[in-house]
Design a protein around this ligand. Structure first.
Ligand SMILES: [Fe+2]
Ligand SMILES: [Fe+2]
Length: 396
């Protein structure tokens, strides 16, 4: 929507309700705004409570030094969410607000530079893709831990972290569709058709994930755990949105897409088994069982019918596809390190590396226990919270 087409009605300056978008009596599927995690996110969140565009506070000239930190990652997440469902009471015209886009661009350049530094010079694409097919024999990440020694509470934490992506699963990759040539586009859409339930809304992967959350006593509402999820998990989702929202990064998005589809089946199999061990009903394992089967097919489609035709294009070089895959996996590794450090801390009561107590700022969180920024109370979904029926089993 061009900025000059924005609604002319004003948001209420104190309650943040936006009459143009929050029709009285109708529910919204947009989450509420999160709490700030530093001066940058505080300034942006305060601005979003007013109609767009508005003057941004002077603090926005100061971009925090750590692109992986809580303040930057939350600000990026909020900026990106304006392109998905937005936030309840926030003027939708903020999506294309020039001053906010300019700020987002500065944060993105810092984050993209950090990703490129972490990846370095990528190996040849064929080598990267071949490597993704091989599971390390000594794997010790969260899915391994949950399978062998994880607790139900750790499984709940894992799902709360993952909910920010999986409740909008496949959405970031849809940005690629109009940016691909027809053969690659046809193959990508075939995969996405499965992700969105192949014509059956209750089978959409986001719905299966919501059903799994309810089975574990978690709130399956879109964005319900945004305040609880720390920067390492936000960075995983932000990597996808960054690649998805820039045509210049379409090759990197295809690489990210390939990395997910190729690496997912073994981890999904471990998590299905782990959750069964931890008392999940069939509704609580179907999401991962579905991915064991579906992603084995998707992996072939992505490698041979999405990537291969792209390699003939000047602006889709193999190294950039490899970068996208490796950058996404680096973000995933940081998330895995965060989880395992937190769980080891809970087990050993040792200081957990990477945790940011930041007690004086008023924004930080000490992660006194667990891997989230907030407690995770049991949630009673009631009989009608999700539309997902009792699953029939993985039928593909
Ligand atoms: Fe999926
Ligand atoms: Fe898939």
């Amino acid at each position: 929507m061009p900025t000059d087409a924005r609604p002319t009605t004003d948001a209420h300056p104190t309650t943040g309700t936006c009459p143009a978008t929050d029709a009285p009596g109708l529910p919204t599927d947009a989450p509420g705004l999160p709490a700030a995690r530093g001066p940058l996110s505080a300034a942006v969140l305060a601005s979003l409570r007013h109609p767009a565009p508005t003057h941004l506070a002077p603090v926005l000239a100061e971009v925090p030094a750590d692109p992986w930190g809580e303040d930057v990652q939350l600000t990026l997440y909020v900026c990106y969410e304006l392109h998905y469902r937005g936030f309840a009471g926030v003027d939708p015209a903020w999506e294309w607000s020039p001053p906010l886009l300019a700020l987002r661009g500065r944060l993105e350049r810092a984050f993209l530079d950090a990703l490129r530094r972490e990846v370095g010079e990528p190996p040849p694409l064929a080598e990267v893709l071949a490597g993704l097919l091989v599971e390390p024999p000594d794997g010790d990440g969260p899915s391994h831990h949950l399978l062998t020694a994880g607790t139900r509470q750790q499984a709940r934490e894992y799902l709360a972290h993952r909910s920010l992506y999986h409740l909008k699963e496949a959405d970031p990759q849809m940005w690629a569709v109009p940016r691909l040539p027809n053969p690659a586009k046809a193959a990508l859409v075939a995969v996405q058709y499965d992700e969105y339930g192949a014509g059956r809304p209750e089978r959409a992967h986001a719905e299966l994930f919501a059903a799994m959350m309810a089975d574990f006593g978690l709130d399956p509402t879109y964005g319900a755990y945004l305040d609880a999820v720390p920067a390492p998990a936000l960075a995983v989702v932000n990597t996808m949105s960054l690649f998805g929202l820039h045509r210049a990064l379409r090759a990197a998005l295809v690489g990210q897409f390939a990395a997910v589809e190729i690496t997912s089946p073994p981890g999904a199999a471990r998590l299905a088994e782990a959750f069964e061990r931890l008392g999940a009903t069939p509704r609580g394992t179907l999401f991962y069982r579905e991915h064991v089967l579906a992603d084995a097919v998707h992996e072939q489609l992505v490698r041979h019918t999405v990537i291969d035709p792209l390699l003939t294009l000047a602006d889709c070089p193999g190294p950039e596809i490899a970068f996208g895959a490796l950058a996404y996996l680096r973000a995933e590794d940081r998330f895995a390190d965060h989880l395992m450090a937190a769980w080891r801390h809970d087990h050993d009561h040792d200081p957990a590396p990477g945790h940011d107590p930041d007690p004086a700022s008023g924004y930080g969180h000490g992660f006194e226990s667990g891997s989230l920024r907030a407690p995770l109370p049991e949630f009673d979904p009631g009989p009608a919270t999700t539309g997902s029926p009792v699953p029939e089993g993985a039928d593909r």
